[in-house]
Design a protein around this ligand. Structure first.
Ligand SMILES: Cc1cc2nc3c(=O)[nH]c(=O)nc-3n(C[C@H](O)[C@H](O)[C@H](O)COP(=O)(O)OP(=O)(O)OC[C@H]3O[C@@H](n4cnc5c(N)ncnc54)[C@H](O)[C@@H]3O)c2cc1C
Length: 372
């Protein structure tokens, strides 16, 4: 890594001659217009001067420290933009008047929020945003413990879990963030295409997040290779064991929470099976695992999200039973876990099948078969 100043600095600290570095053009991007990027040219005539940061040959190591923070932050950006899109979509759905769905008895037309499919889209946005927020915060917590826990073994375990989850946060929060921002436009209908609603801006802004700080494929390759195969699934096995034990121990007199718990436990089984499949594939040839690494990381994201949402719902149910006053908020947490268990988590079953059997459909295809 180098710092290349615009103006060279003299030995006495005063500004010297301009460095041979030029900005050739500002890029016109899809969204994030408040964060301009440009094409730079270094050393076109007499040569540019750059200053090495840190020690020679340790750049890759430094980059990974920087990258972990950046990957976590971009993961956060993915769900944060989706959260903004949700708030916009929720406001819209509560005020946009259209034909009434059959079950609504009020006089005259009603807002679209009463339509089952609009409610489905809103719940999809709400539940997945909450799951991704929980996943990101859980990962950040593990990294904090990895840096600060007084016990050395606990530090090492937490760091391993944080490292395992970094690519999951980055890949899943951004891929889902795009899907949710797209749902936000869908809820707005035709007005989603009209700039004044702001729905399209969220979609454009979030689109970059699966690309910068490592594309989804790069995160997934890291997950399959460095995070799963390198320790033969040990870190993932520890996480699976913790999730299973905690879910099995959860007992609460609330049918919706218990049914979310059962769905989450089934998801943990799928994740375990898929981890074994992926490790077997990797042992045959890394290529086999890389052909299904994106489905694998998405599966991990859905299942870990389900585990965390189940606990969020259990805490909410406990507080409700103990007379908490913010009842709508707490009921909302239970609604999220319930919806997630019935409409989001079933994707884990399909993804586990893809991880187990999907590689041949990629690897057996020669490039010639892609021609049109
Ligand atoms: C708006 C914006 C801001 C940016 N800001 C910065 C910045 O501040 N600093 C900075 O350093 N960079 C920045 N970048 C660069 C960004 O990090 C890269 O564009 C990104 O890492 C992808 O690399 P690439 O463009 O070379 O794509 P490629 O590597 O060419 O990727 C193209 C496609 O091939 C796939 N692919 C490539 N290699 C593999 C592989 N090994 N396995 C599987 N699939 C693969 C990718 O997943 C992708 O789908 C920025 C980019 C944009 C668009």
């Amino acid at each position: 890594m180098f710092v290349v100043p615009k103006v060279l600095v003299n030995d006495d600290g005063s500004l010297g001659t301009p460095n041979d570095v030029q900005c050739l053009s500002i890029e016109h991007k899809l969204g994030i217009h408040a964060s301009p990027t440009c094409v730079m040219a270094y050393g076109q005539s007499q040569g540019a001067v750059g200053y090495l940061v840190g020690e020679p040959n340790r750049g890759l190591e430094y980059m990974f420290v920087m990258m972990n923070a950046a990957r976590l932050s971009v993961g956060l950006e993915g769900y944060a933009v989706a959260e903004r899109a949700y708030q916009q979509a929720l406001d819209w759905a509560g005020t946009r008047i259209q034909g009434k769905p059959p079950g609504v008895r009020q006089e005259g037309p009603a807002p679209i929020v009463h339509h089952p499919d609009v409610k489905r889209m809103l719940l999809s946005m709400k539940s997945q945003t909450e799951a991704l927020r929980a996943l990101t915060l859980y990962t950040a917590w593990q990294l904090d413990l990895g840096a600060q826990h007084p016990d050395e073994l606990a530090r090492a375990r937490a760091q391993a879990r944080g490292d395992l989850l970094i690519p999951v946060v980055k890949a899943c929060s951004t891929e889902t963030g795009i899907e949710l921002a797209s749902l936000g436009i869908q809820i707005h209908g035709g007005m989603g295409y009209v700039e004044e609603t702001g729905a399209a801006q969220a979609y454009r802004d979030v689109r970059i997040t699966t690309i910068y700080e490592g594309t989804t494929a790069i995160q997934s390759n890291d997950f399959a290779g460095r995070k799963l195969a390198r320790d033969r699934g040990e870190s993932m096995g520890a996480l699976i064991a913790d999730m299973r034990a905690e879910l099995q121990a959860l007992q609460i007199d609330h049918p919706a929470v218990m049914s979310a718990r059962d769905a989450s436990l089934a998801g943990v089984e799928e994740l375990e099976q898929a981890t074994h499949s992926l490790l077997q594939s990797y042992a045959q040839s890394p290529e086999r695992a890389l052909a299904v690494s994106v489905p694998m990381v998405r599966l991990a994201g859905y299942v870990i999200g389900g585990w965390l949402l189940t606990f969020s719902a259990a805490i909410a149910a406990h507080r409700l039973a103990n007379g908490a006053t913010d009842r709508d908020f707490l009921q909302g947490k239970i609604a999220s876990a319930r919806f997630y268990a019935s409409q989001v988590l079933p994707q884990a079953t399909a993804l586990a099948r893809v991880v187990a059997t999907g590689a041949d459909g990629v690897l057996d295809v020669g490039e010639a078969a892609l021609s049109r």
